[in-house]
Design a protein around this ligand. Structure first.
Ligand SMILES: [Zn+2]
Length: 90
């Protein structure tokens, strides 16, 4: 942390793994933390957003808590998050 990331679009069909109620729940259980704040702007965390690291060879998908506003940042725009990234396939 911090990481420069970009939003991934078209991930709403990516189903939450069995045993989790949402991607935010997935992030909380994997990180062992409460998702209270957006990892970007510190407003209330509302979604477990799918992101990719920017400027990186790592093309993995990660989950990070964001507010709805930050989750709607264009996928072409880089922004910074200040929390743990949890790999989607973890
Ligand atoms: Zn935010």
């Amino acid at each position: 942390m911090p990481y420069n990331v970009k939003n991934l679009n078209g991930t709403s069909n990516n189903r939450v793994p069995c045993g989790y109620t949402s991607w935010l729940d997935f992030w909380e259980k994997k990180s062992g933390k409460k998702a209270r704040e957006c990892a970007c702007c510190y407003k209330n965390a509302e979604v477990g957003a799918h992101v990719q690291k920017a400027n990186s060879d790592d093309r993995s998908w990660y989950i990070v808590p964001l507010c709805c506003h930050c989750n709607c940042i264009s996928s072409s725009e880089e922004f910074t998050v200040y929390d743990i990234l949890i790999p989607v396939n973890s």
